[in-house]
Design a protein around this ligand. Structure first.
Ligand code: PMP
Length: 404
């Protein structure tokens, strides 16, 4: 419909056509107010009610306990790299008023480019030192590749005893590496190896895997953050799930040595103002609300977990077949693959160009890998249907036959 093609891009990414059709009505007239969604006051009773419903749609579908607040902000995952470090350092200072900066540790689990960037930002901001809990490149064959989730062993994950925060990236969008959701898988996040603490300072970047399935051990997290622009909406909106003990008075922490936190990055500001300290991205929140209603109507997280498993399995099967044939090359260790971003290579440059050009002719767009990684990346976010996935699988099968 509407001349739309299949968009396998990594984000901003495909959105359900039915949602976009509905959204086009709201652009002209939001809920019969006579005013379009991009024109309405964020303090109008209609929009505030919409915001409350948006929170409920997330709380219900992810089963977020009352111990955690759901908040909205801007600046994407990148702003959260800064906000997480600053808010959690302030929290640590309030809990340990006599701490010296050199004793404060910020733990980063590095499994790809995004967790590496998060660690870099924490280093830049200072206020404590960054402890790289593990760098997964060490466990690749060349020592240089982000192609695996490291072995699930105490000697591998070097957590600090009492860190200000522990940050990991659930799904590495660029490298195509993800923690497994099978609790018994060696590639599952090592919850059992974390330091003992009643209130773990555990932070997860869910930018590219938010609401594509349930979140394991959600209640044990201090902070979960995600940009909307992959699985649930347009760019411009960042979703936060923050345990209430991490919503701290950042100004009070300054007298104990914490750096001042910009008000727009402070979780307390967002919490105290119901995410309306400044003008929020009303349009992005509107479309995200429609997407979340759509997810709920289809059966919520159990439905999408099953669907996304099928999509990943179908694509991975043909990728493996192509690798056996020698046309494709796997890039991620078995068991560590991302469901959302399937990354592989076509080592023959001419064949790769043919693959991408012909895919485009067949209406299958944005399959080129990230510029730092090259190769192919198939992003299979929620809005990609099983039919569209099978269209790509058929295309790959035909391509592989031609390359034989
Ligand atoms: N984390 C992950 C896992 C991402 O995929 C991205 C964006 N691709 C980011 C963080 C950065 O998000 P943003 O561009 O919204 O700042």
């Amino acid at each position: 419909a509407h001349g739309r093609q299949v968009n396998f891009g990594p984000g901003p990414a495909a959105l359900p056509t039915s949602v976009l059709e509905e959204a086009s009505k709201g652009i002209l007239n939001f809920q019969g107010t006579g005013i379009g969604i991009s024109e309405i006051s964020h303090r109008s009773k209609e929009f505030v009610a919409y915001l409350e419903n948006l929170k409920s749609l997330i709380r219900e579908q992810l089963d977020v306990p009352e111990s955690h607040a759901i908040m909205f902000t801007q600046g994407g995952g990148s702003a959260q790299f800064s906000a997480v470090a600053m808010n959690m350092l302030s929290r640590y200072r309030l809990l340990h008023p006599n701490a010296k900066a050199e004793d404060i540790k910020m733990d980063y689990v590095v499994t790809g480019r995004w967790s590496e960037k998060a660690a870099e930002e924490a280093r830049r901001l200072g206020g404590g030192s960054v402890n790289v809990v593990v760098d997964s490149r060490k466990y690749s064959a060349t020592g240089k590749l982000f192609d695996n989730i490291p072995p699930h062993e105490k000697s591998v994950y070097n957590f600090s005893p009492d860190p200000a925060l522990i940050c990991y990236c659930e799904n590495e969008t660029v490298d195509g590496v993800e923690f497994s959701h099978e609790p018994t898988s060696p590639a599952a996040f090592p919850f059992d190896l974390l330091p003992d603490a009643k209130l773990l300072p555990l932070v997860a970047d869910y930018s590219s895997s938010f609401m594509c399935r349930t979140i394991p051990r959600l209640a044990d997290h201090a902070i979960i953050f995600a940009g909307a622009q992959k699985n649930v909406g347009p760019a411009g909106l960042t979703i936060l799930i923050v345990r209430k003990d991490c919503i701290v008075d950042v100004d009070a922490a300054v007298k104990f040595g914490a750096s001042p936190v910009p008000l727009t990055l402070s979780y307390k500001t967002l919490f105290d103002t119901n995410s309306l300290y400044n003008t929020p991205p009303v349009f992005s929140m509107y479309v995200t609300g429609l997407v979340l209603e759509h997810l709920k109507a289809l059966g919520g997280m159990p439905y999408f977990e099953e669907l996304n498993r099928k999509k990943f399995t179908a694509v991975y099967e043909v990728v493996k077949k192509g690798a056996q044939q020698g046309t494709f090359q796997l890039k991620v260790k078995e068991g560590s693959e991302s469901w959302m971003n399937v990354v592989f290579d076509i080592p023959d440059e001419a064949a790769k160009k043919r693959f991408l050009d012909d895919a485009k002719k067949n209406g299958l767009l944005n399959l080129a890998g990230h510029r730092l990684v090259g190769g192919i990346r198939v992003s299979l976010y929620n809005a990609i249907t099983l039919e569209q996935t099978l269209q790509l699988v058929d295309y790959c099968n035909k391509f592989l036959e031609d390359e034989l």
